[in-house]
Design a protein around this ligand. Structure first.
Ligand SMILES: [Zn+2]
Length: 361
């Protein structure tokens, strides 16, 4: 299923690219001012202020190797190719069509890339960074122009723009006001209570802790304050989880769990999200449920439901409890085993949360 998803996404990208070709030419100079690929594998870009970038990744084909490219508005004057080294085969600057600039990075064959984890981050109005490969490769920096030319207070102006290149469609996270929101994420169970035990001994406590940590990371990058009720395998009862959330005056509370079916039936799979009361809780549950379903094709939608779970019943703020799949189900368990799927679920939960925060403000 994951393979299938990948192919679909690539098709989506090519289509997107095609549409891009037909856009109207803009008569202005290139918005790309400087770029550098550093020896640690980070690509840095400086652009004109408030430039809209589009970035893509395409797996190798008969014509070329794995490629990553960024399109900038404005026309490039001198198309050129710069020879690479290490994992980078070459860097090409071109004009794919009138009024556009394209920076293409082509990788050498067999370079180990993880495009699903790539994020193009806007550091401020005119600076961007994305990590393309691990420092395990020996690579000598290639660059053109001065990337660092800070304007104003970098930290204060920080405006994180999150985009995953390949799965742009569902990994694009909404922008919410920085440092305005506080969220409590509650990874279910922990310590002596492992929660559900699924196929092959997979434990709920491990799965939900990893997912929760990634959700925290993603939301923090978006300027949302996130607290976890637990960060490791500790014994944590339900009342302290609730009082922790109530005492921190969090805007929302999200408890993350994975399911087990009675009798460990392998044919029972699916995702569900519970809320206890109120339209806000329901809205949050709906937003999260919609997103987690998108990254779990084929797994049944068990719906958004009212539930009387202790942690969502006793928290003061809008609260939900998410069940990200059945560890006892054949389809769900096979996925939940994998970090790639856990990451997708975390992106989905983060996206649901951000959509909710975006709407209620
Ligand atoms: Zn649970």
């Amino acid at each position: 299923m994951i393979k299938f998803l990948d192919i679909k996404l690539f098709r989506y990208l090519s289509l997107f690219l095609f549409l891009n070709f037909s856009s109207l030419p803009v008569k202005s100079s290139s918005a790309l001012a400087a770029w550098a690929i550093n020896s640690n594998g980070v690509l840095e870009l400086r652009t004109k202020s408030n430039t809209k970038l589009k970035a893509y990744f395409q797996k190798s084909n008969q014509i070329s190797g794995d490629r990553f490219w960024v399109d900038f508005p404005g026309e490039l004057k001198n198309p050129r190719t710069i020879k690479g080294n290490g994992p980078i085969k070459e860097v090409r600057l071109g004009k794919p069509n009138k009024g556009k600039t394209r920076l293409v990075i082509e990788f050498e064959e067999k370079t180990y890339l993880k495009p699903l984890t790539w994020r193009l981050v806007g550091l401020d109005q005119n600076r961007w960074r994305i990590k393309l490969f691990d420092p395990k490769y020996t690579f000598k920096k290639i660059s053109e122009g001065q990337v660092v030319r800070r304007i104003g207070n970098f930290e204060k102006n920080q405006k994180l723009i999150y985009q995953n290149k390949r799965a742009k469609d569902y990994f694009k996270l909404p922008v919410v006001k920085q440092n305005k929101f506080s969220v409590v994420i509650d990874p279910g169970h922990g310590g002596p209570d492992p929660g559900a035990i699924g196929i092959g001994g997979i434990r709920e406590t491990d799965v939900v802790l990893e997912v929760s940590k990634i959700v925290k990371k993603l939301l923090s990058e978006r300027g949302v304050k996130v607290r976890l009720t637990r960060r490791n395998e500790v014994d944590l009862d339900l009342p302290p989880r609730v009082s922790f959330a109530n005492n921190t005056n969090a805007d929302i509370f999200v408890s993350i769990h994975a399911n087990a079916s009675r009798g460990k039936r392998r044919d029972i799979n699916g995702l569900e999200t519970f809320y206890y009361r109120g339209w806000k809780g329901r809205l949050l549950a709906k937003k999260i449920q919609k997103q987690i379903l998108r990254v779990s094709p084929g797994s049944p939608d068990r719906g958004v439901k009212q539930g009387r779970f202790y942690v969502i019943k006793n928290t003061k703020m809008p609260a939900v409890l998410v069940e990200i799949g059945f560890l006892t189900g054949r389809l769900d368990a096979r996925r939940l085993e994998k970090t790639t799927h856990r990451k997708r679920l975390a992106y989905a939960i983060a996206k649901g949360i951000l959509e909710y925060l975006y709407i209620i403000t």
